[in-house]
Design a protein around this ligand. Structure first.
Ligand SMILES: Nc1nc2c(c(=O)[nH]1)N[C@H]1C(S)=C(S)[C@@H](COP(=O)(O)OP(=O)(O)OC[C@H]3O[C@@H](n4cnc5c(=O)[nH]c(N)nc54)[C@H](O)[C@@H]3O)O[C@H]1N2
Ligand SMILES: Nc1nc2c(c(=O)[nH]1)N[C@H]1C(S)=C(S)[C@@H](COP(=O)(O)OP(=O)(O)OC[C@H]3O[C@@H](n4cnc5c(=O)[nH]c(N)nc54)[C@H](O)[C@@H]3O)O[C@H]1N2
Ligand code: SF4
Ligand SMILES: [Mo]
Length: 735
């Protein structure tokens, strides 16, 4: 019999680009994923991760049935419904005995592909009235939302990269990460076109990254000096009167205080501190402020955010953008009008600053609180370990991998092992699943209906993200779950618990983090009580109620469509008095603290002569996919990349086993020559490695960078984000 083959449009949601793809199913198996030339937004573009979706689906390590841990530590299969019965009983017991705060939830990066899952998980935790809802956001770049709260937003939205004259990227490599700045929809092509058009790119990165290699100016500083660099650029732009005085007079307050606060960051001082040519800093400031029609923005990424003072860095990026007047103005097109989310009126005016932290649930450690960025994930292990009222006893992890990705791996291990109940929803026996009482096996990307709402929503978290067009796509399930499997859609797991626990379940139709504060129409509340026969498509319909383009219309265009939304930014309201704040008291204080740092002594620490910085792997999304031979090409570890001269100076050779030691802990690794790095820097991909006892398997698993990071030594006092980058380390021979 000849095989039956169908090919139809799908959406890859491994990263926030949400590429429209073509998925081929042969005899009930996903066999091929390629770009979709008929997709008007992506025009056939995909990356290696998207094209590996068949291997990801058919991965022999994939869980096809949920697992339950026995008393001897081994796992056996359990039906999803049965697992829900047991988990509901255990959760109820914990809540009765210890209160709702004893149950916590953690949503990781694989919440993104399944918009109904994040929403329903959040609805569940609210239904049990636990405040302990955590996401990966607070170990990512929570300073972005903190900065927006402190500075205020521009209601006209972002400037378009595709028409900009200059752009500055700090500690981000969007050609690989597709995360920010250069729109993630074929960023290589987008950047090429922009440069041909005459756009001048400035990149600040201790590594000559793929993006930095294309820059007009690549500043290659010591890691962790981004605050000084941006403060120095602001000073030059103010001193030389290159800023947009009219825009500032009308829309901002605090210019005098900002000028005073950056006064100490002279170009000579910044050059010495960051170890960069003074001339380059001046050139970069002038270029950014004056090139062409003076359009373009500045965005920072994980590299810059992890190196301490992330909230301040993000705040200064907003200040630089604002003093140069780099926001979309009245009469210009709205860059990211919603499609599957509600229409809104973009206006050329500020939304004033608002309270961003210090409210809501208090953590029992480090004076941390809930914030606009969410609860501080770096403190969740402490909340599990610390006895007493409010102690967390149960954790539900959705599409996240704490053992691979949280800071302080040993502490995380102690915490997870001490839980009364650990449940993961994961496609495989991840490092975290291996400690879980129950592992719920979910359906995967092409087995579930999909839509692009997530790629619209992301713009509310920070500027420089999201699909820059009125684009939308919906696709139904493309392939059935494998024969013999017992898989659940994640949102149904939460609905299942809710029913068993007799809870009132309602959800807001999109899940907006801090950004929800400046959406025009409040999210609709949908009551899910008594729903028993709902499909994912129906949940999506509810989520899209009130969308700018009706869900039905989007559904009619399986290859995705860019809609003819002819929206321009409206004039400011006559009575608008709101102002963007250039001198938030916390931020100005923190800038003073940076200036007061004794940077020379900190650097002269001969015990830890290198600084370890993060970088993303082109083939993997964090810990996902690292065990797939098609993606890892036989190298399943994360090397310690070093400049060849530095390797030689240590008497080592590329490929040697080494130990990388920070003041907190040590990990094994393998050195690999990389001449794109500064000589005083080591770069490693995070989220690799096994459990601490498995260090000998470094060549098969890599090693865990998070183990080098303490959570309670240097951390952002608002978000709890520890210093996950610019980590002082030494490298010694032998693992
Ligand atoms: N030292 C250091 N630490 C870091 C970082 C760093 O650069 N350096 N980066 C930080 C950042 S930015 C982030 S976002 C976090 C990431 O933190 P996490 O989100 O916690 O980590 P991931 O590795 O992305 O976890 C993804 C999990 O989802 C599972 N998975 C894969 N596909 C699916 C699916 O379809 N459904 C479900 N349910 N699960 C699936 C994978 O098996 C894996 O266990 O880590 C942070 N930690
Ligand atoms: N292929 C792939 N794509 C991904 C991911 C992935 O794992 N793989 N992860 C996704 C996630 S969860 C996120 S949060 C985003 C992250 O997206 P990005 O923030 O763009 O992450 P990277 O690509 O690692 O780029 C960070 C850059 O910062 C530089 N850097 C390190 N330290 C410093 C410093 O102190 N100062 C400065 N100026 N630069 C520094 C590094 O050299 C690196 O080039 O990517 C997303 N996309
Ligand atoms: S860029 Fe992101 S969404 Fe597009 S194919 Fe690659 S992983 Fe998938
Ligand atoms: Mo992230």
């Amino acid at each position: 019999m000849s095989p039956t083959t169908t090919t139809q449009p799908g959406i890859c949601r491994i990263c926030s680009a949400h590429c429209g793809v073509l998925a081929t199913v042969t005899d009930g198996r996903l066999t091929k994923v390629t770009g979709d030339p008929e997709n008007p937004m992506f025009k056939g573009y995909t990356c290696a991760k998207g094209r590996a979706l068949p291997d990801i689906h058919n991965n022999p390590r994939r869980l096809l049935v949920s697992q339950k841990r026995g008393t001897d530590g081994t796992y056996e299969a359990i039906g999803a419904e049965r697992a829900m019965d047991e988990i509901a009983v255990e959760l109820q017991q914990l809540i009765d005995e210890h209160g709702p705060r004893s149950v916590a939830m953690y949503l990781g990066t694989n919440g993104l592909p399944y918009p109904a899952s994040a929403l329903m998980a959040n609805a569940f935790i609210r239904a049990i009235e636990s405040p302990m809802f955590f996401t990966a956001n607070t170990i990512d770049q929570p300073g972005k939302q903190i900065a927006l709260a402190a500075h205020g937003h521009w209601l006209g939205g972002d400037v378009d990269f595709h028409t900009a004259d200059s752009w500055m990227l700090i500690g981000t490599n969007p050609l690989v990460s597709k995360a920010i700045g250069i729109p993630g929809q074929n960023p290589g092509q987008g950047l090429r076109t922009a440069i041909t058009r005459g756009m001048q790119l400035i990149v600040v990165d201790p590594r000559r990254s793929q993006t930095a290699a294309r820059a007009a100016i690549h500043i290659q500083p010591r890691p962790g000096e981004d605050v000084s660099i941006v403060a120095g650029m602001i000073k030059i732009i103010l001193d030389e009167m290159l800023y947009d005085a009219d825009f500032v007079a009308e829309n901002a307050s605090g210019l005098t205080e900002l000028a005073a606060a950056v006064a100490g960051f002279t170009s000579g001082y910044v050059a010495r501190r960051a170890d960069i040519p003074e001339r380059q800093l001046i050139d970069a400031a002038r270029l950014f402020a004056t090139h062409g029609e003076r359009r373009g923005m500045v965005n920072a990424g994980t590299g810059a955010n992890f190196a301490a003072h992330g909230s301040l860095l993000e705040y200064l990026c907003l200040c630089l953008t604002t003093i140069c007047g780099r926001w979309q103005r009245a009469g210009e097109p709205v860059l990211r009008p919603n499609t599957l989310m509600p229409a809104f009126v973009a206006k050329a005016q500020p939304h004033p600053p608002y309270e961003g932290w210090g409210y809501g649930e208090k953590l029992r450690v480090r004076d941390l609180t809930d914030t606009v960025a969410g609860m501080p994930t770096a403190a969740l292990a402490d909340e599990i370990l610390l006895p007493g009222d409010g102690q967390v006893k149960a954790l539900i992890c959705i599409g996240g991998n704490p053992m691979a990705a949280w800071p302080d791996q040993r502490k995380t291990l102690r915490a997870l092992e001490s839980l009364d109940l650990l449940v993961t929803l994961d496609t495989e026996m991840s490092l975290t699943s291996r400690l879980a009482d129950y592992v719920i096996a979910p359906m995967m990307q092409m087995e579930t209906p999909a839509m692009t709402m997530g790629s619209e929503l992301i713009k509310y978290y920070t500027s420089g993200t999201g699909i820059p067009a009125p684009y939308g796509q919906y696709v139904p399930r493309i392939v059935d779950p494998p024969p013999g499997s017992d898989l659940t859609e994640e949102w149904q797991f939460f609905l299942g618990l809710t029913k068993r626990m007799n809870l009132d379940l309602w959800f807001v139709n999109f899940f907006g983090g801090g950004g929800g504060r400046f959406m025009e129409s409040p999210p609709a509340i949908i009551n899910m009580n008594g729903e028993t026969t709902l499909t994912t498509e129906e949940v999506f319909e509810q989520m899209c109620a009130g969308s700018r383009i009706p869900f039905d219309e989007v559904r009619r265009h399986p290859h995705g469509k860019i809609y003819d939304v002819d929206d321009v930014v409206a004039e400011r309201d006559a009575d608008c008095t709101a102002r963007l704040d250039l001198a938030n008291a916390f931020m100005i204080d923190d800038l003073g603290a940076v200036l007061a740092e004794d940077f020379a002594t900190a650097r002269a620490d001969s015990e830890y002569p290198f600084r370890l910085i993060p970088r993303r792997h082109g083939s993997f999304m964090n810990s996902s996919g690292t065990n797939l031979p098609t993606l890892n090409r036989g190298k399943a570890y994360n090397p310690a990349y070093m400049h060849p001269d530095s390797i030689a100076a240590l008497g080592l050779a590329s490929g040697d086993l080494v130990t990388v030691t920070s003041p907190h802990d040590g990990i094994p690794s393998v050195v690999e020559a990389d001449d794109t790095l500064r000589r005083d820097v080591i770069a490693m991909h995070h989220a690799f490695g096994g459990l601490p006892a498995e260090d000998a398997e470094v060549l098969d698993r890599g090693s865990n960078v998070g183990r080098l990071v303490p959570t309670d030594v240097e951390f952002d006092p608002i978000t709890g984000l520890p210093r996950q980058g610019n980590i002082p380390v030494r490298v010694t021979a032998g693992a």
